[in-house]
Design a protein around this ligand. Structure first.
Ligand SMILES: Nc1ncnc2c1ncn2[C@@H]1O[C@H](COP(=O)(O)OP(=O)(O)OP(=O)(O)O)[C@@H](O)[C@H]1O
Ligand SMILES: [Mg+2]
Length: 259
C-alpha cells in the first residue's frame, strides 16, 4: 500500500511513525501526517478505523485512558507534545476539543464561557465579560443569546449548545480546534450553522474534524485524510481526494461501497 505523501509547508501538526495501543490492541499503525496551519483537515473512514483515537493523540486526551501507549512523535510547531516537560494543561489550552454530543456545563451561558479563562487566571469581571462577548460573536451565537447570558446553557437548542461549546473552547485562545463528529447529533439546519462556523474559523485556527458525512468533509475541509483499520490510506487536498483518489480503498469508501 502506498501512502501518498502530501507535503505541507510549515505544518502546524506533524505526526511521525505514530503507533497507538489500548493495552495489547494496536489502534494506530505508523501514522505519518502533516496538518496545515489555519486550514481545515477532515478525518474520514469507517467506524473503528481510529479517527477519534488519532484526534485524541493530538492533545493527549488518550492519556486519561488507562493502559494506553504511544510510540512515535507528534509535534505542534515542531515541538514534541509527548516530551516529558510538556504541561498537559497548557497543551489542552492550545488544542481545544469539541465532541459529538454537545456538553455544556449545567451553568449559565456566561459561566460556561468564563469558566476556562477563570481557571487560567483571568479574574477581572470586565475582562471576562469581554471574553464572553468576543467568544460568542466568534461562534456566531452572540445575537441569539446576548439578552439571556444568565440562563442555563442547557436551555439552548442542540445547534446553539454546540456553538456554545465551540465558544467555550475559543475562550481560552486556542491555536487548534479538534472536533469529533460535531454535527452528528444535529438536524440539517443546525448542521449547516456549524459548517458555516467552521469555515469562518478557518483562517484563524487550525481545525481537525472527524466526520462520517462525506458531503460535509467535501464542504468544510481543505485537506482530507482517509483512515482504514488504523492505517492512513490516503491524504490529499479534499478536492483531489474526492474527485480522483489514488487508492482503490479510498474510492470504494467515498463512493459508498463499504463503511
Ligand atoms: N477506550 C478504548 N479502549 C479500548 N479500545 C478502544 C477504546 N477506544 C477505541 N478503541 C478501539 O480502537 C479502535 C479505533 O477506535 P476509534 O474510536 O478511534 O475509531 P473511530 O474511527 O473513531 O470510530 P467511530 O467512527 O465509530 O467513532 C477500535 O477498534 C476501538 O474498538
Ligand atoms: Mg470516533
Amino acid at each position: 500500500m502506498i501512502v501518498q505523501k502530501t507535503i505541507i509547508e510549515n505544518p502546524k501538526i506533524h505526526s511521525r511513525n505514530l503507533n497507538f495501543y489500548y493495552g495489547d490492541v494496536q489502534a494506530l499503525f505508523d501514522i505519518n501526517l502533516q496538518l496545515p496551519d489555519k486550514l481545515v483537515t477532515a478525518l474520514i473512514g469507517p467506524s473503528g478505523c481510529g479517527k477519534s483515537t488519532f484526534l485524541r493523540t493530538l492533545n493527549r486526551m488518550n492519556d486519561i485512558i488507562d493502559g494506553t501507549r504511544v510510540e512515535g512523535k507528534v509535534t505542534i510547531d515542531d515541538k514534541d507534545i509527548y516530551d516529558k516537560h510538556v504541561d498537559v494543561v497548557k497543551l489542552r489550552k492550545r488544542v481545544g476539543m469539541v465532541f459529538q454530543k454537545s456538553n455544556p456545563f449545567p451553568k449559565s451561558i456566561f459561566d460556561n464561557i468564563a469558566y476556562g479563562p477563570k481557571i487560567h487566571g483571568t479574574k477581572s469581571k470586565e475582562e471576562l465579560a469581554l471574553i464572553v462577548e468576543k467568544s460568542l460573536k466568534e461562534a456566531l451565537l452572540w445575537d441569539e443569546v446576548k439578552d439571556r447570558l444568565h440562563v442555563s446553557g442547557l436551555s439552548l437548542s442542540g445547534g446553539q449548545q454546540q456553538r456554545l461549546c465551540i465558544a467555550r473552547a475559543l475562550a481560552v485562545n486556542p491555536e487548534i480546534l479538534l472536533m469529533d463528529e460535531p454535527t452528528s447529533a444535529l438536524d440539517p439546519r443546525a448542521t449547516a450553522g456549524i459548517e458555516e462556523l467552521i469555515r469562518e474559523l478557518a483562517g484563524s485556527y487550525t481545525i481537525v474534524i472527524v466526520t462520517h458525512n462525506m458531503q460535509q468533509a467535501a464542504r468544510v475541509s481543505d485537506y482530507t485524510a482517509f483512515f482504514y483499520e488504523g492505517k492512513l490510506i490516503e491524504y490529499d487536498k479534499t478536492k483531489k481526494l474526492f474527485t480522483t483518489p489514488a487508492e482503490k480503498q479510498t474510492e470504494d469508501y467515498i463512493t459508498g461501497r463499504f463503511g
